[in-house]
Design a protein around this ligand. Structure first.
Ligand code: GLA
Length: 374
């Protein structure tokens, strides 16, 4: 990013879209320098940037308040606006001459469902700003900026997968991401050709202690890597995992290591199968991923486990929680004809459990962030 950008004044609105995501497999591996395999949703956020008279302001189609700011004061604005204005603060802080702007965002990613509504917000704003101000951001710079908004401005210690896939997703493909090198490669994921569908169940379970618990898992993994003398848990292989676990006294850290190391292996196996066009073959890996997120990493909740069980009973080839955990969404890989009966079975299970009715929708891999006509 150049400090003295040759920005053009914005006279016409500039608009960009960035998607939310589903993580097919690879949970809590990103901040361990590991592997993930998310894909972009068709749902996402559209950000529109226009030149304004003075200051910077943000509005959202989903919020009542308009937020205006001229300073880098994250604590002064509501959470949603921090994601919208955060990129401006960081750019200005880095010496970019950011003119007075109005930014409007409109998102259809369900909030708080673990589908990365926040990455969609940030990445749509950054993509629109890059275009509107001719910033000439490289792919790496856009990624670093979006991660800095979440980690440094908002202060959430997340691992970067969400922003990476929101920016770089490729339609019709899942995105294999090496979270150490930040290299990505699209992996074909043609559900229709396989006669299959991917059903997302939003359990609508209230998120419980998400921020503190997420940070605790991350700190636990970093502590385990330190004790084992490796840069990150990525450096423990599946063959070494039992020996590594024996080197840890703390049962909690042992469980974290088991999950992360075996999950990295499952991601690689899933990539191999999809690369061979074997979509149905990934089902058992998805299901195998759920058990350690529940038992070892302890990030599931009863509604999520019930949805996974109900999907499997309904004939899903595989099912698992997706995202950070502690509530949120479950995915099930189903024969297309099995989708409606599966939704009925899950809904009945939730009624029996006395829980809020879940919502279900089908997803296919969409494109990453891009400029759209205003
Ligand atoms: C959240 C974080 C990601 C990742 C997932 C868990 O979505 O934002 O960085 O850690 O949880 O896989």
């Amino acid at each position: 990013m150049t400090a003295q950008n040759s920005r053009q004044p914005v006279s016409e609105p500039t608009r960009a879209f960035a998607p939310g995501r589903v993580n097919l497999i690879g949970e809590h591996t990103d901040y361990n320098d590991g592997f993930v395999l998310p894909f972009a949703l068709g749902l996402g956020c559209t950000a529109t940037v226009v030149l304004a008279g003075e200051g910077w302001s943000a509005t959202s189609a989903q919020q009542d308040d308009e937020v205006a700011t001229t300073t880098c004061a994250p604590s002064d604005v509501p959470g949603w606006a921090t994601y919208v204005l955060g990129p401006l603060w960081l750019l200005a802080d880095r010496g970019v001459d950011v003119p007075p702007l109005r930014i409007h965002v409109d998102s259809n990613v369900p909030l708080g469902a673990g589908l990365s509504s926040s990455a969609a917000l940030v990445c749509s704003v950054i993509t629109a700003l890059d275009e509107a101000l001719s910033l000439g951001l490289s792919a790496d710079e856009s990624l670093a900026l979006s991660r800095a908004v979440e980690n440094d401005v908002v202060g959430a210690p997340t691992g970067g997968m969400d922003q990476l896939v929101s920016l770089r997703a490729v339609e019709g493909h899942a995105l294999f991401c090496d979270m150490r090198s930040l290299e990505t490669s699209p992996v074909p994921f043609d559900l229709e050709a396989a006669g299959l569908a991917l059903l997302v169940i939003d359990t609508r379970a209230p998120h419980r202690h998400v921020d503190g618990e997420y940070a605790e898992r991350r700190a636990g993994c970093e502590e385990a890597a330190r004790v084992l003398g490796v840069p990150a848990l990525r450096d423990v292989t599946a063959d070494d995992v039992e020996a590594a676990v024996e080197g840890l006294d703390d049962d909690r850290l042992q469980r974290y290591v088991r999950h992360v190391v075996t999950e990295n292996d499952r991601v690689l196996a899933t990539v191999d199968l999809l690369s061979e066009g074997d979509v149905a073959g990934i089902g058992p890996l998805l299901t195998a991923s759920h058990a350690p997120t529940r038992d070892d990493f302890a990030i599931s909740v009863p509604e999520v486990d019930a949805a996974v069980e109900a999907l499997l009973e309904a004939g899903a080839l595989g099912a698992r929680m997706t995202g950070g955990g502690f509530g949120g969404c479950v995915i099930g890989l189903l024969p297309t004809a099995g989708v409606e009966p599966a939704v009925d079975i899950v809904t009945r299970r939730f009624r029996d459990g006395g829980w809020q009715e879940p919502t279900g929708f089908l997803v296919t891999p969409g494109p990453g962030a891009h400029v759209v006509p205003a």
